[in-house]
Design a protein around this ligand. Sequence first.
Ligand code: ADP
Ligand code: X15
Length: 398
Amino acid sequence: MSKKTVADLSASDLEGKRVLVRVDFNVPLDKGSITDDTRIRAALPTIQDLTSKGAKVILTSHFGRPKGIDDSLRLTPVAARLSELLGKPVIKCDDCIGDEVAQAVSQMQNGDVTVLENVRFYPEEEKNDPEFAKKLASVADLYVNDAFGTAHRAHASTEGVTHYLPSVAGYLIEKELQFLQGAIEEPQRPLAAIVGGSKVSSKIGVIEALLDKCDKLLLGGGMIFTFYKARGLNVGKSLVEEDKLELARALEAKAKEKGVTFLLPTDVIVADNFAPNANAETVSINDIPDGWMGLDIGPDSIKVFQEALADCKTVIWNGPMGVFEFEKFAAGTKAIALTLADLTKTGTITIIGGGDSVAAVEQLNLGEQMSHISTGGGASLELLEGKVLPGIAALNDK
Ligand SMILES: Nc1ncnc2c1ncn2[C@@H]1O[C@H](COP(=O)(O)OP(=O)(O)O)[C@@H](O)[C@H]1O
Ligand SMILES: O=C(OP(=O)(O)O)[C@H](O)COP(=O)(O)O
Protein backbone atom coordinates (compact mmCIF):
# COMPACT_ATOMS: atom_id res chain seq x y z
CA MET A 1 0.00 0.00 0.00
CA SER A 2 1.08 3.59 -0.54
CA LYS A 3 0.77 4.40 3.16
CA LYS A 4 3.43 3.67 5.75
CA THR A 5 2.60 0.67 7.91
CA VAL A 6 3.92 -0.86 11.12
CA ALA A 7 5.89 -3.25 8.90
CA ASP A 8 8.00 -0.24 7.87
CA LEU A 9 9.04 0.34 11.49
CA SER A 10 12.02 -1.45 13.01
CA ALA A 11 12.54 -2.46 16.63
CA SER A 12 14.78 0.56 17.10
CA ASP A 13 11.96 2.87 15.88
CA LEU A 14 9.66 1.32 18.47
CA GLU A 15 11.60 0.31 21.56
CA GLY A 16 10.40 2.34 24.54
CA LYS A 17 8.08 4.42 22.33
CA ARG A 18 4.52 5.24 23.42
CA VAL A 19 2.28 4.17 20.53
CA LEU A 20 -1.36 5.25 20.38
CA VAL A 21 -3.21 2.55 18.42
CA ARG A 22 -6.76 3.19 17.18
CA VAL A 23 -8.55 -0.15 17.08
CA ASP A 24 -12.20 -1.01 16.37
CA PHE A 25 -13.28 -2.88 19.49
CA ASN A 26 -16.95 -2.19 18.73
CA VAL A 27 -17.95 -5.81 19.34
CA PRO A 28 -21.46 -7.21 19.90
CA LEU A 29 -22.33 -7.46 23.58
CA ASP A 30 -25.23 -9.36 25.17
CA LYS A 31 -25.91 -8.74 28.88
CA GLY A 32 -22.30 -7.71 29.45
CA SER A 33 -20.75 -10.67 27.55
CA ILE A 34 -18.98 -10.38 24.22
CA THR A 35 -20.81 -12.58 21.70
CA ASP A 36 -18.28 -12.24 18.87
CA ASP A 37 -14.64 -11.26 19.49
CA THR A 38 -13.60 -11.25 15.80
CA ARG A 39 -12.66 -7.57 15.91
CA ILE A 40 -10.47 -8.03 19.01
CA ARG A 41 -8.67 -11.02 17.49
CA ALA A 42 -8.23 -9.09 14.24
CA ALA A 43 -6.23 -6.41 16.08
CA LEU A 44 -3.81 -8.88 17.71
CA PRO A 45 -1.14 -9.00 14.97
CA THR A 46 -0.50 -5.25 15.26
CA ILE A 47 -0.61 -5.23 19.08
CA GLN A 48 1.70 -8.23 19.36
CA ASP A 49 4.16 -6.92 16.78
CA LEU A 50 4.42 -3.59 18.63
CA THR A 51 4.81 -5.14 22.08
CA SER A 52 7.38 -7.66 20.83
CA LYS A 53 9.44 -4.71 19.57
CA GLY A 54 9.34 -3.06 23.02
CA ALA A 55 6.68 -0.40 22.37
CA LYS A 56 4.23 0.77 25.03
CA VAL A 57 0.86 0.16 23.40
CA ILE A 58 -2.00 2.53 24.25
CA LEU A 59 -5.26 1.33 22.67
CA THR A 60 -8.14 3.65 21.88
CA SER A 61 -11.55 2.63 20.52
CA HIS A 62 -15.19 3.60 20.44
CA PHE A 63 -17.90 1.23 21.64
CA GLY A 64 -21.46 1.68 20.39
CA ARG A 65 -22.96 5.11 19.96
CA PRO A 66 -23.15 6.58 23.50
CA LYS A 67 -24.55 10.03 24.23
CA GLY A 68 -22.14 11.03 26.99
CA ILE A 69 -20.87 8.62 29.64
CA ASP A 70 -22.75 5.31 29.61
CA ASP A 71 -21.66 2.60 32.08
CA SER A 72 -23.05 -0.15 29.82
CA LEU A 73 -20.65 0.96 27.08
CA ARG A 74 -17.39 0.92 29.01
CA LEU A 75 -14.53 -1.03 27.45
CA THR A 76 -13.87 -3.03 30.64
CA PRO A 77 -15.17 -6.42 29.29
CA VAL A 78 -13.25 -5.83 26.07
CA ALA A 79 -10.01 -5.18 27.98
CA ALA A 80 -10.61 -8.41 29.94
CA ARG A 81 -11.11 -10.40 26.73
CA LEU A 82 -8.01 -8.83 25.20
CA SER A 83 -6.00 -9.81 28.26
CA GLU A 84 -7.18 -13.43 27.84
CA LEU A 85 -6.25 -13.43 24.16
CA LEU A 86 -2.82 -11.89 24.80
CA GLY A 87 -2.22 -14.16 27.79
CA LYS A 88 -1.02 -11.28 29.92
CA PRO A 89 -2.43 -8.45 32.04
CA VAL A 90 -3.81 -5.36 30.32
CA ILE A 91 -4.11 -1.98 32.06
CA LYS A 92 -7.58 -0.38 31.77
CA CYS A 93 -8.13 3.36 32.23
CA ASP A 94 -11.54 4.85 33.07
CA ASP A 95 -10.90 7.85 30.84
CA CYS A 96 -9.32 8.41 27.45
CA ILE A 97 -7.69 11.80 28.06
CA GLY A 98 -6.46 13.76 31.08
CA ASP A 99 -4.44 13.15 34.25
CA GLU A 100 -5.47 9.53 34.83
CA VAL A 101 -4.28 8.56 31.36
CA ALA A 102 -1.04 10.57 31.61
CA GLN A 103 -0.29 8.95 34.96
CA ALA A 104 -1.02 5.41 33.72
CA VAL A 105 1.10 5.88 30.60
CA SER A 106 4.01 7.29 32.60
CA GLN A 107 4.09 4.05 34.59
CA MET A 108 4.02 1.72 31.56
CA GLN A 109 6.97 -0.57 30.91
CA ASN A 110 8.15 -1.57 27.45
CA GLY A 111 5.74 -4.18 26.02
CA ASP A 112 2.82 -3.14 28.28
CA VAL A 113 -0.71 -2.69 26.89
CA THR A 114 -3.22 -0.10 28.13
CA VAL A 115 -6.85 0.17 27.00
CA LEU A 116 -8.31 3.68 27.23
CA GLU A 117 -12.01 4.24 27.97
CA ASN A 118 -14.62 4.53 25.18
CA VAL A 119 -13.51 7.57 23.19
CA ARG A 120 -17.12 8.41 22.25
CA PHE A 121 -17.92 9.35 25.86
CA TYR A 122 -16.67 12.74 24.64
CA PRO A 123 -18.86 14.35 21.93
CA GLU A 124 -15.66 16.02 20.68
CA GLU A 125 -14.60 12.66 19.23
CA GLU A 126 -17.26 12.52 16.51
CA LYS A 127 -16.94 16.27 15.91
CA ASN A 128 -13.24 15.69 15.17
CA ASP A 129 -12.45 18.52 17.59
CA PRO A 130 -8.77 19.54 17.15
CA GLU A 131 -8.21 20.32 20.86
CA PHE A 132 -9.57 16.92 21.85
CA ALA A 133 -7.42 15.20 19.20
CA LYS A 134 -4.38 17.04 20.57
CA LYS A 135 -5.14 15.77 24.08
CA LEU A 136 -5.48 12.19 22.81
CA ALA A 137 -2.20 12.51 20.94
CA SER A 138 -0.36 14.14 23.86
CA VAL A 139 0.46 10.85 25.63
CA ALA A 140 2.10 9.23 22.58
CA ASP A 141 5.14 9.46 20.28
CA LEU A 142 3.54 7.66 17.35
CA TYR A 143 0.06 6.81 16.04
CA VAL A 144 -1.08 3.58 14.39
CA ASN A 145 -4.54 3.27 12.87
CA ASP A 146 -5.74 -0.32 12.72
CA ALA A 147 -9.47 0.38 13.04
CA PHE A 148 -10.62 -0.65 9.56
CA GLY A 149 -14.27 -0.79 10.67
CA THR A 150 -14.11 2.91 11.59
CA ALA A 151 -11.81 4.12 8.80
CA HIS A 152 -14.78 5.71 6.98
CA ARG A 153 -15.30 8.11 9.92
CA ALA A 154 -13.32 11.36 10.12
CA HIS A 155 -13.25 11.49 13.91
CA ALA A 156 -10.66 12.81 16.37
CA SER A 157 -9.18 9.36 17.08
CA THR A 158 -9.13 8.29 13.41
CA GLU A 159 -8.24 11.51 11.57
CA GLY A 160 -7.69 14.34 14.06
CA VAL A 161 -4.72 12.77 15.87
CA THR A 162 -2.78 12.36 12.62
CA HIS A 163 -2.20 16.14 12.66
CA TYR A 164 -0.13 15.78 15.83
CA LEU A 165 1.78 12.49 15.49
CA PRO A 166 3.67 10.50 12.86
CA SER A 167 0.94 8.15 11.65
CA VAL A 168 1.02 4.71 10.06
CA ALA A 169 -1.42 1.90 9.25
CA GLY A 170 -1.67 -1.36 11.18
CA TYR A 171 -1.71 -4.89 9.76
CA LEU A 172 -5.50 -5.25 9.76
CA ILE A 173 -5.99 -2.14 7.65
CA GLU A 174 -3.24 -3.34 5.32
CA LYS A 175 -4.87 -6.77 4.98
CA GLU A 176 -8.36 -5.35 4.41
CA LEU A 177 -7.12 -2.97 1.72
CA GLN A 178 -5.09 -5.65 0.03
CA PHE A 179 -8.14 -7.86 -0.38
CA LEU A 180 -10.83 -5.29 -1.01
CA GLN A 181 -8.90 -2.95 -3.29
CA GLY A 182 -7.17 -5.79 -5.09
CA ALA A 183 -10.47 -7.52 -5.72
CA ILE A 184 -12.12 -4.49 -7.19
CA GLU A 185 -9.21 -2.77 -8.99
CA GLU A 186 -7.60 -5.73 -10.69
CA PRO A 187 -10.04 -8.56 -10.14
CA GLN A 188 -9.62 -12.06 -11.39
CA ARG A 189 -12.60 -12.45 -13.71
CA PRO A 190 -15.40 -13.26 -14.01
CA LEU A 191 -16.15 -11.06 -11.01
CA ALA A 192 -19.56 -11.52 -9.39
CA ALA A 193 -21.15 -9.37 -6.72
CA ILE A 194 -23.99 -10.68 -4.58
CA VAL A 195 -25.91 -7.94 -2.84
CA GLY A 196 -28.74 -8.60 -0.41
CA GLY A 197 -29.99 -7.29 2.91
CA SER A 198 -32.86 -5.01 3.63
CA LYS A 199 -32.19 -1.48 2.45
CA VAL A 200 -32.06 -0.53 -1.19
CA SER A 201 -31.30 3.07 -0.27
CA SER A 202 -28.09 2.34 1.64
CA LYS A 203 -26.83 -0.03 -1.06
CA ILE A 204 -27.79 1.86 -4.20
CA GLY A 205 -24.39 3.54 -4.33
CA VAL A 206 -22.56 0.27 -4.14
CA ILE A 207 -24.83 -1.43 -6.72
CA GLU A 208 -24.22 1.42 -9.11
CA ALA A 209 -20.45 1.32 -8.56
CA LEU A 210 -20.39 -2.47 -8.89
CA LEU A 211 -22.14 -2.27 -12.27
CA ASP A 212 -19.02 -0.49 -13.56
CA LYS A 213 -16.77 -3.24 -12.25
CA CYS A 214 -18.41 -6.63 -12.13
CA ASP A 215 -19.42 -9.13 -14.79
CA LYS A 216 -22.37 -10.51 -12.87
CA LEU A 217 -24.63 -8.92 -10.28
CA LEU A 218 -26.87 -11.19 -8.21
CA LEU A 219 -29.49 -9.59 -5.99
CA GLY A 220 -31.33 -11.13 -3.05
CA GLY A 221 -32.77 -10.08 0.31
CA GLY A 222 -35.42 -7.48 0.90
CA MET A 223 -34.26 -5.14 -1.84
CA ILE A 224 -35.43 -7.37 -4.73
CA PHE A 225 -39.08 -6.45 -4.25
CA THR A 226 -38.38 -2.84 -5.16
CA PHE A 227 -37.00 -4.15 -8.47
CA TYR A 228 -40.03 -6.44 -9.04
CA LYS A 229 -42.44 -3.62 -8.30
CA ALA A 230 -40.49 -1.42 -10.71
CA ARG A 231 -41.12 -4.14 -13.34
CA GLY A 232 -44.84 -3.97 -12.58
CA LEU A 233 -45.09 -7.24 -10.61
CA ASN A 234 -47.32 -7.76 -7.58
CA VAL A 235 -45.17 -7.97 -4.43
CA GLY A 236 -47.90 -8.32 -1.78
CA LYS A 237 -46.73 -7.01 1.61
CA SER A 238 -43.01 -7.44 0.81
CA LEU A 239 -40.51 -4.75 1.72
CA VAL A 240 -40.58 -2.02 -0.94
CA GLU A 241 -38.97 1.40 -1.08
CA GLU A 242 -41.56 3.26 -3.14
CA ASP A 243 -39.31 6.24 -3.75
CA LYS A 244 -36.63 4.02 -5.30
CA LEU A 245 -38.71 2.47 -8.10
CA GLU A 246 -37.33 4.81 -10.74
CA LEU A 247 -33.78 4.18 -9.55
CA ALA A 248 -34.35 0.41 -9.67
CA ARG A 249 -35.49 0.73 -13.30
CA ALA A 250 -32.44 2.86 -14.11
CA LEU A 251 -30.08 0.32 -12.52
CA GLU A 252 -31.56 -2.54 -14.50
CA ALA A 253 -31.23 -0.50 -17.67
CA LYS A 254 -27.63 0.39 -16.81
CA ALA A 255 -26.79 -3.30 -16.27
CA LYS A 256 -28.20 -4.13 -19.73
CA GLU A 257 -26.32 -1.29 -21.35
CA LYS A 258 -23.05 -2.39 -19.76
CA GLY A 259 -23.55 -6.07 -20.58
CA VAL A 260 -23.53 -7.05 -16.92
CA THR A 261 -25.43 -10.27 -16.15
CA PHE A 262 -28.13 -8.97 -13.82
CA LEU A 263 -29.84 -11.74 -11.88
CA LEU A 264 -32.90 -11.35 -9.72
CA PRO A 265 -34.35 -14.45 -8.03
CA THR A 266 -36.91 -16.36 -10.10
CA ASP A 267 -38.82 -17.67 -7.08
CA VAL A 268 -39.21 -16.59 -3.48
CA ILE A 269 -40.42 -17.98 -0.17
CA VAL A 270 -43.39 -15.95 0.97
CA ALA A 271 -44.81 -15.75 4.49
CA ASP A 272 -48.22 -14.71 5.79
CA ASN A 273 -46.56 -12.53 8.41
CA PHE A 274 -43.11 -11.45 9.63
CA ALA A 275 -42.50 -14.11 12.27
CA PRO A 276 -40.30 -17.19 12.75
CA ASN A 277 -43.31 -19.51 12.74
CA ALA A 278 -45.24 -17.82 9.89
CA ASN A 279 -46.87 -20.00 7.23
CA ALA A 280 -44.49 -20.23 4.30
CA GLU A 281 -44.82 -21.12 0.61
CA THR A 282 -42.50 -21.15 -2.38
CA VAL A 283 -43.89 -19.19 -5.32
CA SER A 284 -42.72 -17.86 -8.67
CA ILE A 285 -42.04 -14.13 -8.55
CA ASN A 286 -45.00 -13.73 -10.90
CA ASP A 287 -47.36 -15.24 -8.34
CA ILE A 288 -46.72 -13.44 -5.04
CA PRO A 289 -50.14 -13.48 -3.35
CA ASP A 290 -51.75 -10.33 -1.95
CA GLY A 291 -51.14 -9.98 1.78
CA TRP A 292 -48.01 -12.20 1.78
CA MET A 293 -44.39 -11.07 1.96
CA GLY A 294 -41.20 -12.49 0.44
CA LEU A 295 -38.68 -13.41 3.12
CA ASP A 296 -36.16 -15.60 1.25
CA ILE A 297 -35.07 -16.59 -2.23
CA GLY A 298 -36.49 -19.90 -3.47
CA PRO A 299 -34.83 -23.20 -4.50
CA ASP A 300 -34.91 -22.45 -8.23
CA SER A 301 -33.16 -19.12 -7.64
CA ILE A 302 -30.52 -20.86 -5.54
CA LYS A 303 -29.83 -23.19 -8.48
CA VAL A 304 -29.66 -20.31 -10.96
CA PHE A 305 -27.32 -18.38 -8.63
CA GLN A 306 -25.08 -21.43 -8.11
CA GLU A 307 -24.80 -21.90 -11.88
CA ALA A 308 -23.96 -18.24 -12.39
CA LEU A 309 -21.27 -18.36 -9.71
CA ALA A 310 -19.68 -21.61 -10.86
CA ASP A 311 -17.16 -20.06 -13.28
CA CYS A 312 -16.46 -16.91 -11.24
CA LYS A 313 -12.91 -16.25 -10.09
CA THR A 314 -13.86 -13.52 -7.61
CA VAL A 315 -17.09 -13.18 -5.63
CA ILE A 316 -17.97 -10.28 -3.34
CA TRP A 317 -20.96 -10.80 -1.05
CA ASN A 318 -22.73 -8.16 0.98
CA GLY A 319 -26.12 -8.68 2.62
CA PRO A 320 -28.09 -11.87 3.41
CA MET A 321 -30.45 -13.46 0.87
CA GLY A 322 -33.37 -13.61 3.29
CA VAL A 323 -34.43 -13.17 6.89
CA PHE A 324 -31.82 -15.71 8.01
CA GLU A 325 -32.51 -14.90 11.68
CA PHE A 326 -35.68 -17.04 11.23
CA GLU A 327 -34.78 -20.68 10.50
CA LYS A 328 -37.64 -21.01 7.96
CA PHE A 329 -36.16 -18.25 5.84
CA ALA A 330 -32.45 -19.00 6.20
CA ALA A 331 -32.05 -21.53 3.36
CA GLY A 332 -31.06 -19.01 0.67
CA THR A 333 -28.37 -17.39 2.82
CA LYS A 334 -27.05 -20.80 3.94
CA ALA A 335 -26.91 -22.10 0.37
CA ILE A 336 -24.97 -19.07 -0.84
CA ALA A 337 -22.55 -19.31 2.11
CA LEU A 338 -21.93 -23.01 1.40
CA THR A 339 -21.53 -22.35 -2.33
CA LEU A 340 -18.91 -19.67 -1.65
CA ALA A 341 -17.06 -21.93 0.79
CA ASP A 342 -16.91 -24.61 -1.95
CA LEU A 343 -15.79 -22.13 -4.58
CA THR A 344 -13.00 -20.92 -2.28
CA LYS A 345 -11.66 -24.48 -2.15
CA THR A 346 -11.26 -24.49 -5.92
CA GLY A 347 -9.40 -21.17 -6.02
CA THR A 348 -12.15 -18.53 -6.27
CA ILE A 349 -11.46 -15.44 -4.17
CA THR A 350 -14.45 -14.91 -1.88
CA ILE A 351 -14.93 -11.73 0.11
CA ILE A 352 -17.69 -11.22 2.67
CA GLY A 353 -18.52 -7.77 4.05
CA GLY A 354 -21.37 -6.31 6.08
CA GLY A 355 -22.30 -7.03 9.66
CA ASP A 356 -25.24 -9.37 9.01
CA SER A 357 -23.67 -11.34 6.16
CA VAL A 358 -20.57 -11.92 8.27
CA ALA A 359 -22.73 -12.95 11.25
CA ALA A 360 -24.59 -15.44 8.99
CA VAL A 361 -21.32 -16.93 7.73
CA GLU A 362 -19.88 -17.14 11.25
CA GLN A 363 -23.08 -18.79 12.54
CA LEU A 364 -22.52 -21.51 9.95
CA ASN A 365 -18.87 -21.80 11.02
CA LEU A 366 -17.78 -21.00 7.49
CA GLY A 367 -15.70 -17.91 8.29
CA GLU A 368 -12.41 -19.76 8.00
CA GLN A 369 -13.42 -21.16 4.63
CA MET A 370 -13.78 -17.79 2.88
CA SER A 371 -10.81 -15.89 1.41
CA HIS A 372 -11.60 -12.76 3.36
CA ILE A 373 -14.14 -11.71 5.99
CA SER A 374 -14.14 -7.96 6.35
CA THR A 375 -14.25 -6.43 9.84
CA GLY A 376 -15.94 -3.33 8.44
CA GLY A 377 -19.47 -3.20 7.04
CA GLY A 378 -19.85 0.49 6.21
CA ALA A 379 -16.11 0.85 5.61
CA SER A 380 -15.90 -2.02 3.11
CA LEU A 381 -18.94 -0.72 1.22
CA GLU A 382 -17.52 2.79 0.99
CA LEU A 383 -14.23 1.39 -0.24
CA LEU A 384 -16.00 -0.69 -2.88
CA GLU A 385 -17.96 2.39 -3.93
CA GLY A 386 -14.59 3.98 -4.67
CA LYS A 387 -14.75 6.49 -1.82
CA VAL A 388 -11.65 7.64 0.02
CA LEU A 389 -11.61 6.50 3.66
CA PRO A 390 -10.53 9.52 5.76
CA GLY A 391 -8.88 7.40 8.49
CA ILE A 392 -6.55 5.93 5.88
CA ALA A 393 -6.07 8.99 3.68
CA ALA A 394 -4.71 10.90 6.71
CA LEU A 395 -1.82 8.47 7.32
CA ASN A 396 1.78 9.19 6.24
CA ASP A 397 2.76 8.13 2.73
CA LYS A 398 5.64 5.69 2.30
N1 ADP B 1 -36.83 -10.41 2.19
C1 ADP B 1 -36.51 -9.71 3.27
N2 ADP B 1 -37.42 -8.94 3.87
C2 ADP B 1 -37.08 -8.21 4.98
N3 ADP B 1 -35.85 -8.18 5.52
C3 ADP B 1 -34.91 -8.95 4.95
C4 ADP B 1 -35.18 -9.74 3.79
N4 ADP B 1 -34.04 -10.37 3.44
C5 ADP B 1 -33.11 -10.02 4.33
N5 ADP B 1 -33.61 -9.18 5.24
C6 ADP B 1 -32.93 -8.60 6.41
O1 ADP B 1 -31.84 -7.80 6.03
C7 ADP B 1 -31.05 -7.63 7.18
C8 ADP B 1 -29.62 -7.35 6.79
O2 ADP B 1 -29.56 -6.25 5.96
P1 ADP B 1 -28.27 -5.33 5.83
O3 ADP B 1 -28.06 -4.57 7.09
O4 ADP B 1 -28.50 -4.54 4.58
O5 ADP B 1 -27.08 -6.41 5.62
P2 ADP B 1 -25.54 -6.31 6.03
O6 ADP B 1 -25.48 -5.97 7.51
O7 ADP B 1 -24.96 -7.67 5.75
O8 ADP B 1 -24.98 -5.23 5.18
C9 ADP B 1 -31.18 -8.89 7.99
O9 ADP B 1 -31.55 -8.57 9.31
C10 ADP B 1 -32.29 -9.67 7.27
O10 ADP B 1 -33.25 -10.21 8.13
O1 X15 C 1 -19.55 -1.36 13.63
C1 X15 C 1 -19.13 -0.49 12.85
O2 X15 C 1 -19.63 -0.30 11.60
P1 X15 C 1 -20.36 -1.48 10.69
O3 X15 C 1 -21.58 -1.96 11.45
O4 X15 C 1 -20.74 -0.73 9.43
O5 X15 C 1 -19.34 -2.55 10.43
C2 X15 C 1 -17.96 0.38 13.21
O6 X15 C 1 -17.48 0.12 14.51
C3 X15 C 1 -18.32 1.85 13.03
O7 X15 C 1 -19.31 2.20 13.95
P2 X15 C 1 -20.27 3.45 13.65
O8 X15 C 1 -21.13 3.07 12.45
O9 X15 C 1 -21.06 3.68 14.92
O10 X15 C 1 -19.36 4.64 13.32
